[in-house]
Design a protein around this ligand. Structure first.
Ligand SMILES: [Zn+2]
Ligand SMILES: [Zn+2]
Length: 271
């Protein structure tokens, strides 16, 4: 049995290109079994103006309306991509993705899900040019995610590798790097049940492979996390970009199933 789903989906309520209804219609047309809309949470420290508390609530209402409207065509879920430092209502969602897009450096929220030039500037300004110190700071932050809410899915576990294929900010095969990543995974183990194989950076042209890298994916298997395949989609043309590759990477890492959300909760689907 196969089951096509994307639970990491952005819309015009945050930084996505399409309205929730356009997303639902595209998913139906493409034969998806179900889809989940997951707006970015409002971040008071973000300069991106569309992520407001009003838009978070508006998206929730719109998804509930569409759920009823398309109930006979597709299962629709209302999720949230909660940034760790957000202070915003987390109630009323079907599932919760927990993500770290900012570091807290002496109280200052420093965004790093940015262009390579901006990441370089973050490393130079806050880490004295030491990319490994930047990577360690990210994983130290990520390890604290469960203290900030109740999450189902860890979002893009190694997001700091966004530019690793084109820029050598730190060596992702170095023992020091791997140790930091694995320590974060161990801290999250048993507290957040699922991680995502996230293909979003492929559609956006930053990477040719999904997050996280194969070494970390194997460690996630060792630590008994369940895998979710998602496209972190900001444009419905790329709704299932990289899904075949994601499945193969999971098989290579020793997984025999991935998980999907249904009306009865998360269930395993054979790979
Ligand atoms: Zn994200
Ligand atoms: Zn996202």
């Amino acid at each position: 049995m196969s089951y096509l789903q994307n639970l990491h989906q952005h819309t015009t309520y945050c930084d996505g290109r399409d309205t929730p209804e356009d997303v639902v219609l595209a998913a139906i047309e493409r034969g998806f079994d179900s889809i989940g809309i997951s707006s970015h949470s409002y971040m008071y420290y973000s300069a991106y103006g569309k992520m407001t508390p009003e838009n978070n609530e508006g998206c929730k209402r719109e998804v509930r309306r569409l759920q009823a409207k398309y109930a006979d065509k597709i299962d629709l879920f209302c999720g949230f991509e909660f940034d760790m430092f957000s202070i915003v209502d987390m109630a009323g969602y079907d599932y919760m993705i927990g993500s770290v897009h900012y570091l807290d450096i002496n109280g200052e929220k420093v965004g790093f899900d940015r262009s390579a030039e901006e990441v370089r500037a973050v490393i130079d300004t806050y880490f004295g040019g030491n990319g490994m110190a930047y990577a360690r700071a990210y994983y130290k932050t990520l390890a604290h995610l469960p203290e900030y809410g109740s999450f189902d899915i860890i979002g893009h576990f190694d997001l700091i590798t966004k530019h690793s294929e084109t820029h050598n900010f730190f060596d992702t095969s170095a023992p020091e790097y791997r140790r930091a990543a694995v320590e974060a995974a161990e801290a999250l183990s048993g507290k957040i049940p699922y991680f995502e194989i996230n293909t979003g950076a492929i559609a956006r042209g930053y990477r040719t492979t999904p997050y996280p890298d194969p070494y970390i994916t194997k460690e996630m298997k060792r630590l008994d996390f369940g895998a979710i395949i998602s496209s972190d989609c900001h444009d419905v043309r790329y709704l299932d970009t990289g899904y075949d590759m994601a499945k193969q990477l999971l098989r290579d890492a020793g997984f025999d199933c991935h998980y999907v959300l249904t009306k009865n909760g998360f269930i395993p689907i054979e790979l």
